[in-house]
Design a protein around this ligand. Structure first.
Ligand code: BES
Ligand code: ZN
Length: 875
């Protein structure tokens, strides 16, 4: 039963939608663009010269987008345009009566210094930079700002000498002095590109240089620009860049295609990083990192983001999206590529387990929420709201399924076909699927349904008698209202014998193998297993190995069978999954009937075997003892009913304490042995040991943890602080304030402190949040700082965000209204937390909706309005 809330007379105004089906080819093309940007102290002036060509005989006028621009003048082939030929609105410049081919010059001005939305040209500290994807170029100059209009750009930047570095895409062609103590640089990018890949930077920066020799023998200059004084924090990013370039040559046969590759780190950035052609722009937090200032996880994140943006050079830039509905074409594919890269650089099973944890936490939640959408959406109001876990992570999962079905070689062949057919083009997801489909006899086209249907399929595996498994799938209706037809689901499976051995078996009389890939392509399917080995009797099925499809799996395994997989499955992912299932069952039991002693006993033994197993790496042990996230636990517990997020939080902590008690002697020994501080895998497990250890209340463990909080290695320090942050003990405040004093002048490390403070279940009430936002290191105009306080609060502080008084929701609504006025993208992203209520009790749903309604009373940006109205209309 859904709680019904009376809609108020006028809620958020209903958004205007742009629809995928309404796509029309461009009427005009722009083969060449010359952009001249002159930077002054109070404004920037753009002179854009476009070689335009009409494509059809329809004599449609030329429509250019421009926002937050002051129009100055326009010329056609050198002649001023008559006012009668132009219609100018706040969003568009329409020009009629142009010859089918001409040179159009348009002059406009913009103010980068008060651009707090961080889209288009803006100031970050003492530098100026740009962010154009998806629709920011129109804030720099009038242009046909859509990805299927690709142009060869020549860019001239002119500025005061206080900006020695003037950067743009491609190759540097010319520099020189100009009047008034100013200078200029001219850049030329030979590759046609859509405007969203344009970039420009003006600053006084330090440049760290290196080189890479391509497979073909040519060298590439690698430049990383950072604020002066941060040069020593760039070597990890540089190494990651070289490793990515090598990997793309080795694995995909793809070489870099310019002689220069530049990265610029900026401190004010809405996202993580951006793949502008030849000039990637990064949030400084994903460039500047060493082991004293960043955790091992942060370092791995830097590596994967550097790789991701580099990989876009082919998957995104050389072949780009026809329109923004195809966003997953480049993002899903590039995430899949960066995931495989990280798996190759580290441990494949651990990486996969980490990715599954994120997918389930954020993407499955999205599928079950008012903002659910398929990986290729049918409509949007604000495209910025569609850079989502569904487009990214689920998009990558869909490609991974096709990869499994094709196998490594046919997949690579399909990718080669994709580039042969589409290099230099702006294409759709259908063209990608067709290229993969052309690589083998496998039916890849059937996967297109995954691009259309939103929601997380549920896969049920039920044993029927001896050696028969009945599979069925279902898809619940979702907020995107897409169809719920059966999907092609590749299911990898094996059998684990009584001694833990892999059993060779056949399915429906086929060949005997220890690993099978079964395609479930209809609503249900019955498999009959057989084997020459008598051991098949009593063997435990290991289903969905490697998490071969992004589905929710139900199975009928008994607790001791799950524990058997936890201890013996040769598939690391399913070993990890078995532990996760046991934790979820233990938490569910505690939520309803109290601790299930038998279950926790079996779980404790499995953990004991895991920790004692010398054949396993410490990072695998660490991920296996990590409890399901808050979001994963809420999902598991909400099947068939409502849940209380606060109760779930405390129950997770109570289970951690119980497991800590069981593992007490291992914990003490592990944290006492200094050898565990010296490599990343062991530090990860050390973090796990501390998190359970402090929950037991053992004073010796707590005081050791307090000492670790001051460790010079950031991973150890943060692991200790995160652990202490979960207990109500004086050591927590002492450690946090030491950490604060040590790092108060280091802007990026202070983000960690803000985040810890904002997610404490004990100390972070609303008053404390106001104090944090008044801290001298806080900056409401910097997205990283806002995320570290407000983002941490609403996504990682269930106790206070979900306070039963509703004060957490009200607080967020107030802050979001204020934030929306300056940075709509970030406000809209953070508002999502107020819409994730479908699985909560009606009283709580009402409180969360009250906060959304309060927001809806104000004037909202298109970004925030779309999220708020989806939240409100879902009831
Ligand atoms: N193209 C995006 C950056 C972007 C996103 C620009 C949204 C404008 C709006 C970039 O390639 C990207 O995906 N960045 C991710 C990190 C990546 C490792 C998944 C990001 O910024 O979070
Ligand atoms: Zn990307």
């Amino acid at each position: 039963m859904k709680w019904h809330i009376q809609p108020l007379a006028m809620e958020a105004s209903s958004p205007r939608y742009i629809r995928r089906q309404e796509y029309k080819k461009p009427d005009w093309l722009i083969p060449q663009t010359h952009l001249d940007v002159q930077i002054f102290d109070k404004f920037a002036r753009s002179t854009i010269t476009l070689n335009v060509t009409r494509t059809s005989d329809t004599s449609e006028p030329l429509v250019l987008q421009g926002e937050q621009l002051e129009f100055i003048s326009a010329f056609c082939d050198g002649v001023p345009l008559a006012a009668l030929q132009m219609v100018l609105t706040a969003e568009e410049l329409t020009i009629s009566g142009l010859p089918p081919q001409c040179e159009l010059k348009i002059i406009s001005q913009t103010d980068p210094y008060h651009n707090t939305a961080l889209e288009g040209l803006y100031a970050s500290g003492d530098m100026l930079c740009t962010q154009c994807e998806p629709e920011g170029f129109r804030r720099i100059a009038y242009f046909s700002d859509r990805p299927d209009v690709m142009s060869i750009f020549t860019t001239r930047i002119e500025a005061d000498l206080k900006y020695p570095n003037l950067l743009s895409n491609g190759n540097l062609e010319q520099t020189g002095l100009s009047e008034g103590g100013r200078h200029f640089a001219v850049w030329h990018d030979p590759h046609p590109k859509p405007s969203y890949l344009f970039a420009l930077v003006a600053g006084d920066l330090a440049c760290v240089k290196d080189q890479f020799i391509r497979a073909s023998g040519q060298k590439v200059d690698l430049h990383i620009y950072v604020e002066k004084g941060n040069e020593h924090l760039t070597s990890h990013a540089m190494d990651s860049l070289k490793a990515s370039m090598k990997w793309d040559e080795d694995v995909y046969g793809l070489e870099y295609d310019l002689d220069l590759f530049q990265i610029v780190a900026v401190s004010h950035f809405n996202m993580g990083a951006m793949e502008n052609k030849g000039l990637n722009i990064f949030n400084s937090k994903f460039v500047l990192a060493d082991e004293n200032t960043a955790t091992d996880d942060d370092l791995a994140r830097v590596e994967s983001i550097v790789a991701h943006e580099y990989f876009h050079n082919w998957t995104g830039n050389r072949v780009t999206c026809r329109d923004w509905f195809q966003l997953t074409l480049k993002e899903g594919l590039t995430v899949f590529r960066d995931q495989c890269f990280s798996a190759d650089m580290h441990d494949e099973g651990v990486k996969r387990a980490e990715d599954i944890k994120i997918l389930r936490s954020v993407q499955f939640s999205e599928d079950a929420s008012p903002t659910a959408h398929p990986i290729r959406p049918e409509q949007y109001s604000e495209i910025n709201n569609f850079y989502t876990p569904t487009i990214y992570e689920k998009g990558a999962e869909v490609i991974r399924m096709m990869y499994h079905v094709l196998g490594k070689d046919a997949y690579r062949k399909g990718i080669d076909i994709y580039f042969e057919r589409h290099d230099g083009q702006a294409v759709t997801c259908d063209e990608f699927i067709s290229a993969l489909d052309a690589a083998s006899d496998a039916d890849i086209q059937t996967f297109s349904i995954w691009y259309r249907q939103a929601g997380t399929p549920e896969l049920t595996a039920a044993r029927k008698g001896q050696n028969t498994i009945y599979f069925s799938q279902s898809l619940a209706p979702n907020a995107a209202n897409t169809s719920t037809d059966p999907m092609p689901i590749p299911v990898k499976m094996g059998l684990v014998g009584k001694q833990g051995e892999a059993i060779a078996f056949s399915i429906d009389g086929g060949p005997q193998k220890t690993d099978h890939l079964v395609m479930l392509d209809s609503a249900d399917k019955t498999l009959t297993l057989s084997s020459d080995s008598a051991e098949i009797a009593g063997a435990v099925p290991s289903i969905l190995r490697g998490f071969s499809a992004p589905v929710r799996l139900n199975h009928d395994l008994e607790i001791d069978e799950i524990a058997h997989l936890a201890s013996f499955d040769s598939d690391k992912v399913n070993r990890y999954e078995a532990f996760q299932t046991l934790y979820k069952q233990a938490i569910s039991a505690r939520m309803t009937a109290g601790p299930d002693e038998k279950l926790e006993d079996i779980l404790g033994q499995a953990i004991g075997r895991l920790l004692a197993d010398a054949s396993l790496n410490d990072d695998f042990k660490a991920i296996s003892i990590s409890l399901p996230s808050q979001a994963e636990t809420e999902q598991a517990a909400s099947i068939g009913g409502f849940v209380d997020p606060v109760a779930i939080y405390w129950t997770r902590m109570a289970l951690g304490k119980a497991l800590g008690n069981i593992s007490q002697s291992w914990i003490s020994a592990y944290i006492a042995d200094e050898v565990h501080q010296h490599n990343a895998a062991s530090r990860q497990l050390l973090g796990g040991a501390l998190s359970w250890g402090v929950l037991t209340g053992n004073e010796e463990t707590i005081s050791r943890t307090e000492a670790f909080a001051l460790h010079k290695n950031m991973t150890i320090s943060m692991a200790a602080l995160r652990a202490l942050n979960t207990i109500n003990h004086a050591a927590r405040e002492r450690a946090l304030s030491h950490f604060h004093d040590k790092w108060q002048d280091h802007s990026l490390v202070m983000e960690k402190w803000f985040s810890l403070k904002a997610c404490s279940a004990y100390a972070s009430d609303i008053e404390a949040l106001h104090r944090l936002m008044a801290h001298p290191a806080f900056d409401f105009k910097n997205p990283n700082k806002v995320r570290s306080v407000l983002g941490s609060f609403c996504s990682a502080n269930p106790v206070h965000f979900h306070d039963q008084s509703g004060s957490g929701y009200q607080f967020m609504a107030e802050q979001l209204a204020r934030l929306d006025a300056q940075n709509p993208q970030i406000a809209a992203r953070m508002a999502i937390s107020l819409t994730r209520f479908a699985h909560y009790h009606p009283e709580r749903q009402k409180l969360m909706c009250d906060a959304l309604r309060q927001l809806a009373k104000g004037r909202l940006s298109r970004d925030l309005n779309e999220v708020v109205s989806k939240g409100l209309t879902s009831l």
